[in-house]
Ligand binder design. Structure first.
Ligand SMILES: [Zn+2]
Ligand SMILES: [Zn+2]
Length: 285
């Protein structure tokens, strides 16, 4: 049962990767591509940040055209070495910029879209505000505004998958620990149902395994609950911002999906939905 926590080898897909076209990464796309070939990762989705709040560092950090050119040209350079590179984006969702985001996605086409909620400006999850925010509140109230945004993101129907479903647990540490959240699973229910009902995918994001939370976003129990509720679409990504984070912990992510009885990752290639079978070695894991 011990997790294999290293850069995974021989996997069909890492569906969450940031290059130097994100403000929080310095890694050129070809560095990831060379590493993916070396590790035997068959396909990468490049998902640089797209943000809509002018206060966010990713706001207009690059243009759509620049990101598309970078990824499409790399895809051509690497195709004959057996690596597929898809043009995706991680779009930060918030109801306050819902219209701008809809406008962006109406204008531009991606192979693959991740909708993520982060600690938006003015939110209770900005580090300095957390001690006051949690005082006298129950866990459901503490995480409420975050999961309301996640549910709203899912209900737009605009995203292939919801990114790092419960990353709020990272913001709340050390005031609220992951085990406390896990002990009250009803806090996830409404957002999970919104994801299922909208037909959106759930990402298993393995970056939490290298963060102090020490578990995936979301953890295994939440993936299982998603399945019970009728969820059918899942993706898996390392959320790499450094080359040594590419595919990091990703085998554990695949294993959690297999244990929850998912047999495929769902993904889009050039707009067409595809199912990518989990490698057979996870079937008995
Ligand atoms: Zn994110
Ligand atoms: Zn990310």
């Amino acid at each position: 049962m011990t997790a294999t926590l290293d850069q995974a080898r021989d996997l069909p897909l890492d569906a969450h990767v940031h290059t130097d076209l994100s403000p929080d990464s310095l890694v050129p796309i070809d560095v990831y591509a060379a590493l993916a070939v070396e590790l035997g990762i068959a396909e990468l989705a490049i998902t640089d940040h797209v943000d809509f709040d002018p206060r966010d560092p990713a706001f207009e950090y690059t243009s759509f055209e620049e990101r598309e050119r970078s990824v499409r040209q790399a895809a051509e350079r690497w195709a004959d070495r057996g690596l597929a590179i898809r043009f995706g984006a991680e779009l930060t969702y918030n109801t306050s910029w819902d219209a701008d985001l809809r406008d962006h996605l109406a204008r531009y086409r991606y192979d693959f879209t991740i909708g993520s909620v982060h600690d938006w400006p003015g939110s209770p999850y900005v580090r300095s505000r957390i001690p006051r925010w949690i005082e006298g509140r129950g866990l459901d109230e503490i995480v409420g505004p975050y999961f309301e945004q996640v549910a709203a993101a899912a209900r737009t129907g605009l995203f292939d998958t919801i990114g790092h479903f419960d990353v709020v647990k990272r913001y709340l540490q050390p005031y609220v620990m992951p085990a406390q959240l896990a002990a009250q699973p009803d806090i996830y229910e409404a957002a999970l149902r919104a994801i299922v009902e909208s037909g959106t995918g759930l990402e298993i994001n393995t970056s939490g395994l290298r963060h102090s939370v020490g578990e995936t976003y979301p953890p295994a129990a939440v993936v299982e609950r998603f399945r019970e509720l009728g969820g059918v679409r899942v993706t898996a990504g390392s959320d790499a911002h450094r080359s040594d984070w590419l595919a990091w912990g990703l085998a554990e992510g695949y294993r959690i999906l297999a244990r929850a009885e998912f047999s495929d990752l769902t993904f889009r290639r050039g707009g067409a939905p595809v199912a990518i079978p989990l490698p057979e070695r996870f079937a008995l894991a």
